[in-house]
Ligand binder design. Structure first.
Ligand code: NAP
Length: 215
């Protein structure tokens, strides 16, 4: 299942690629800034997959850079709504179909572990994810469900437009051991590892996937 918020066309393009490779896929839209967004998404997922979900990758997120004295209550709440409330209730609502061998992967961030950029409110949402990973892993472990997160550094996506500037590239490469800009596939492979049986003895951990940032 390919979830989208606003960008149905991109989700449908991914569905098309999966189908072209012989797989089955469906695009599912739900706005996770809506308080009932995760509930709606989970209900739709359960309609489609039935009684078992093998892998949940909770990756949707928003960021907004702001210095401390300019962070607004609205921005703070919007960040926590999508980045923390949504994955929390998504797992809650999917509990009945997470079974022995299922794997949940959340998306944390380098920002939760190091003071990078003017991202304190965003960073706090990712710190919350690191905390949820431990609690959910402990709660779901007896059912045989693993819960982990990946913590990317700077990745070239729509979210990190600053990294496409010369100053942003210099800042990013300056803090990384590996001297190139990360691409989404660099992160996706780590998610695939955590979701797979190769990571069968890994639970409750946040894996840094950041090219050795801020060592
Ligand atoms: N880029 C980085 O440098 C970086 C670094 C560390 C961690 N991360 C984390 O990595 C994850 C993916 O970010 P990205 O870099 O790929 O950012 P992105 O290009 O801005 O993509 C954000 C994704 O989240 C979805 N989303 C945002 N708001 C939503 C909402 N209200 N309802 C439903 N879906 C919503 C978007 O769906 P639609 O487009 O369909 O609305 C999109 O798929 C996020 O959790 C982010 O915090 C990113």
């Amino acid at each position: 299942m390919v979830h989208y918020g606003r960008n149905a066309a991109e989700a449908r393009a991914v569905v098309g690629q999966i189908k072209a490779m012989g797989g089955r896929a469906e695009a599912v839209g739900s706005d996770l800034s809506d308080p009932r967004g995760a509930h709606k998404l989970a209900a739709r997922v359960r309609e489609i997959v039935g009684d078992r979900l093998d892998i949940l990758v909770a990756n949707a997120g928003v960021s907004k850079a702001a210095v401390l004295d300019e962070t607004t209550i609205e921005d703070f709440d919007a960040l926590f709504a999508v980045n923390v409330r949504a994955p929390y209730f998504l797992v809650q609502q999917l509990l009945p179909i997470l079974n022995e061998g299922s794997s949940v992967v959340f998306t944390s961030s380098l920002a939760a572990h190091a003071a990078v950029g003017n991202l304190s409110a965003y960073a706090a949402t990712k710190g919350a994810i690191d905390t949820l990973v431990k609690h959910f892993a402990f709660i779901l472990g007896p059912k045989g469900v693993r819960v982990n997160a990946i913590a990317p550094g700077v990745v070239e996506t729509d979210m990190s437009n600053f990294a496409k500037t010369d100053a942003g590239r210099d800042f990013t490469l300056g803090m990384q051991a590996l001297k190139r800009m990360a691409q989404p596939d660099d992160i996706a492979d780590a998610i695939a590892f955590l979701a797979s049986d190769a990571a069968r003895w890994v639970s409750g951990d946040t894996l840094r996937v950041d090219g050795g940032s801020k060592l």
